[in-house]
Write a protein that binds this ligand. Structure first.
Ligand SMILES: [Zn+2]
Length: 212
């Protein structure tokens, strides 16, 4: 008899960031955020499938423009157990960071969200996710920029939560996988071994969050 797969029955929606209403995203000297988010999402999707999960992507091509509300809608319709959003940052410092909504936000048009039950699950799984992510990256040059709330982002500070969080009816986490404007972080993701370590770490983190 084969072992049951660890994520059997789990539904994961993977959201490779950009292009969207906030543009194409950042870029390093060689890599683009939209490119890294896309290739990582494909690889994480493959790893999660191997572990028994059912996987949905929010885009069907790297350059497909999908606004953030639609990305959340795709996860909602899929009835995901987790919506996992992939981005790269342009910032001071270096390393990987996880963002989660810790309160309801409100869009310019007055839509509020996420619902209290979604917030509660998200707040519970966010530390589990980030701890597993950092543990899986141990021994690499990738640093820990920490677990942060949506309020630590520019849009989150204005709205209370990111747009993708407000419209999400499922637990939602966003990972800034690297500071792409930092040469060492870009080198980590340009190295196929670094790219693979990041994909494995994200799959490990998703697994920890979904089985906690
Ligand atoms: Zn981004």
């Amino acid at each position: 008899m084969s072992e049951p797969k660890p994520l059997a029955g789990k539904r994961v929606c993977l959201d490779p960031g950009h292009p969207s209403e906030v543009g194409m995203g950042t870029r390093g000297r060689v890599l683009t955020e939209v490119g890294v988010a896309w290739t990582i999402a494909l690889r994480v999707g493959g790893l999660l499938l191997e572990r028994g999960a059912v996987v949905q992507l929010t885009k069907s091509a790297e350059r497909e423009n999908v606004v953030n509300q639609k990305r959340a809608d795709i996860a909602n319709r899929f009835r995901a157990d987790l919506l996992l959003r992939f981005h790269c940052d342009a910032a001071a410092g270096r390393g990987v960071a996880t963002y989660y909504p810790d309160r309801q936000g409100k869009t310019k048009r007055g839509v509020t969200g996420p619902a209290p039950a979604v917030l509660a699950v998200t707040k519970r799984i966010a530390p589990t996710f980030h701890r597993a992510l950092i543990r899986s990256l141990a021994g690499t040059t990738m640093r820990d920029r920490g677990l942060k709330t949506d309020m630590a982002t520019a849009i989150g500070a204005m709205q209370g939560a990111l747009t993708g969080s407000i419209f999400s009816q499922v637990p939602v986490l966003l990972v800034e996988m690297a500071v792409l404007t930092n040469a060492q972080d870009e080198a980590f993701l340009r190295d196929p071994k670094g790219h693979e370590r990041m994909a494995i770490a994200l799959a490990d983190a998703a697994q920890a969050a979904l089985t906690a």
